[in-house]
Design a protein around this ligand. Structure first.
Ligand code: UTP
Length: 292
C-alpha cells in the first residue's frame, strides 16, 4: 500500500518547566531515556510509520537537537582512528535517519502557534504531529496505527487513551460517537475538564494527523488557556468544516515531560534491554526489599 503520510512535525520550542532545573540550559527533548534522547524515540516512531521528512519547530536553547541530528565530524574522526566502528555507525546513523528541516518559533506562544510554523513545509499535504513529551511503546508504531484510520476516513485523527475519570482535569478530553472498536467521530474537545463535567474519559495524547485546513483554523484561533494559542481550540473550530476522528491507540504511553513519567520510562525501557534488563530487575528487587 502506498504511504500517503510523508511529512511530520515535531514541535520542541516549549520551556519544559516541569523538568526544571534539568531543563534550565538543555532541551528536555535531549534528556536520555536509558541511552537515547527522548526525541529520538519519537523520530524513530515517525520513520517506522513511513515518514520521509521531519520538521522540528525549535526555539532558543534548542540547538543541541539540531547538532544531534547533524554530522559530528570531529567525533566520527576520533572514533574511526580508535577503531570504534560500532559506535561510529551508531553516531553516523543518527544523522542519516531521515531528512530533517528546522524552523524557529521566536516566541513560545503555544503548541497551536508552533504547528502554524509548519504551514510552508506542509504545502497542502496531510501531516503528522508528534510531541516529544509522549513516548509510546507499541508493536505497531502509534502514528502508523493512526494512518490506517486516516486512510479509511480521509479526515484528521487524534490519538486518545482512556484515563481514570478522576484524572480528566489533567488532559484535553474528546467527546464523540463510537463508530468502530477503537475509533470515535469527535463532537467536541474540552481542555482539562473537572471530572464532574468531563464528557468522556478519552484523553488526547501527543499524536495527530492533520491536513492543511488546520492552518486557516489556527490563523483565527485566539489565545486560550495560559494565554497560549492552543491546538485543541483550532481543532474544535475545524469540526465546523470537517469530520475529526479520535483513535484509542494500542501501546504504553509515557509522559516524559514530567518527572514521574520520565523516571517510569527509564525503568521500563531499561528492563526491556537485553544488556541491562536482568541487572536492573535485580537491583529494583533489592532496593524495594530494603524499603519494606
Ligand atoms: P507543553 O505544554 O508540554 O509545554 O508543550 P512545555 O513548555 O514544553 O513544558 P512545560 O509544561 O513547561 O513543562 C507541549 C509540546 O508543545 C511544544 C513543546 O515543546 C511540547 O513538545 N511547544 C509548546 C512548542 O513547540 N511551542 C510552544 O509555544 C509551546
Amino acid at each position: 500500500m502506498k504511504n500517503i503520510l510523508k511529512k511530520a512535525v515535531i514541535p520542541v520550542a516549549g520551556w519544559g518547566t516541569r523538568l526544571l532545573p534539568a531543563t534550565k540550559s538543555q532541551p528536555k527533548e535531549m534528556l536520555p531515556i536509558v541511552d537515547k534522547p527522548a526525541v529520538q524515540y519519537v523520530v524513530e516512531e515517525a520513520i517506522n510509520s513511513g515518514i520521509e521528512d521531519i520538521l522540528f519547530v525549535t526555539g532558543r536553547g534548542k540547538r543541541a537537537i539540531e547538532d544531534y541530528f547533524d554530522y559530528a565530524i570531529e567525533l566520527e574522526k576520533e572514533l574511526e582512528e580508535k577503531g570504534k566502528t560500532d559506535l561510529l555507525q551508531v553516531v553516523r546513523g543518527i544523522s542519516e535517519m531521515v531528512k530533517f528541516f528546522y524552523v524557529r518559533q521566536k516566541i513560545a506562544k503555544g503548541l497551536g502557534d508552533a504547528v502554524f510554523h509548519a504551514k510552508d513545509f506542509v504545502n497542502n499535504e496531510p501531516f503528522g504531529v508528534l510531541l516529544a513529551d509522549d513516548i509510546i511503546d507499541s508493536q505497531t508504531p502509534c502514528l502508523k496505527q493512526m494512518e490506517e484510520v486516516f486512510e479509511r476516513y480521509h479526515s484528521p485523527v487524534i490519538a486518545v487513551m482512556e484515563v481514570p475519570e478522576s484524572e480528566t482535569y489533567l488532559y484535553g478530553i474528546v467527546s464523540g460517537e463510537r463508530i468502530e472498536h477503537n475509533t470515535y467521530r469527535v463532537n467536541d474537545l474540552v481542555e482539562k475538564p473537572d471530572p464532574a463535567y468531563a464528557p468522556s474519559n478519552l484523553a488526547i495524547v501527543g499524536r495527530y494527523i492533520l491536513d492543511s485546513k488546520i492552518f486557516n483554523a489556527l490563523q483565527n484561533t485566539l489565545p486560550g488557556k495560559g494565554g497560549e494559542i492552543q491546538l485543541t481550540d483550532a481543532i474544535r473550530d475545524l469540526l465546523q468544516e470537517e469530520e475529526v476522528y479520535a483513535y484509542i491507540f494500542e501501546g504504553n504511553r509515557f509522559d516524559v515531560g514530567e518527572k514521574e513519567g520520565f523516571l517510569k520510562a527509564n525503568i521500563a525501557f531499561a528492563l526491556k534491554r537485553k544488556d541491562l534488563g536482568e541487572e536492573i530487575k535485580k537491583y529494583i528487587k533489592e532496593i524495594t526489599e530494603t524499603l519494606d
